[in-house]
Design a protein around this ligand. Structure first.
Ligand code: PRP
Length: 180
């Protein structure tokens, strides 16, 4: 697996330090609010698991799964909720957890949809941000790292469902996905 990686972009140590920072910030910002921390599957599952363990205040967790109808490496803007929350979000302070913000289409759609369901507030926490790829503006409340427009995998991010289990974030060798 590691031989498919051109270079390590974010090491395990860098990631751990950043996740601890975000966890501490959320703990301060949401003290007494019992936030509902929601992982948007699948990519965010590793970040989510580390993040909630860095949050020191009472909170609940939930999971949702969306799929964009786009093919290949970019999303189309049409988003389908494949798995919804288990409970109601009425009156809750939601924190949506994503692995990466790319075109912004998925998150912009989700925010719009969820706002109509009566949450007290909705914040967005993304592990990675690729601003160069943004098509739709999205307001980010908590961000791990800004990354260049390279093909990155690991720490939950996949290529063709593989490499999610790499403990760091790496740039994939173009030969793996048929690039130069
Ligand atoms: C990724 C990521 C976001 C979305 C971001 O999910 O987790 O949901 O793409 O892209 P956008 O900003 O262009 O909308 P993906 O569709 O790769 O699914 P996965 O999380 O299951 O890997």
């Amino acid at each position: 697996m590691t031989r498919d990686i051109e270079k390590v972009l974010l090491s395990q140590e860098q990631i751990a330090e950043k996740v601890a920072e975000i966890g501490a910030q959320i703990s301060r910002d949401y003290a007494g609010k019992n936030p509902m921390i929601v992982s948007v599957l699948k990519g965010s599952f590793i970040f989510m698991a580390d993040l909630v363990r860095a949050v020191t205040i009472p909170c609940t967790v939930d999971f949702m799964s969306v799929s964009s109808y786009g093919s290949g490496t970019s999303s189309s803007g049409e988003v389908k909720i494949v798995k919804d929350f288990d409970g109601s979000i009425e009156g809750r302070h939601l924190i949506l957890v994503e692995d990466i913000l790319d075109s912004g289409r998925t998150l912009s759609y989700l925010m719009k949809t969820l706002k109509s369901r009566g949450a007290a507030s909705i914040a967005l926490c993304t592990f990675l941000d690729k601003p160069e790829r943004r098509v739709v503006p999205v307001e980010v409340n908590y961000k791990g790292f800004t990354v260049p427009d390279a093909f990155i995998v690991g720490y939950g991010l996949d290529y063709d469902q593989r490499y999610r289990n790499l403990p760091y974030v790496g740039v994939l060798k173009p030969s793996v996905y048929g690039g130069e």
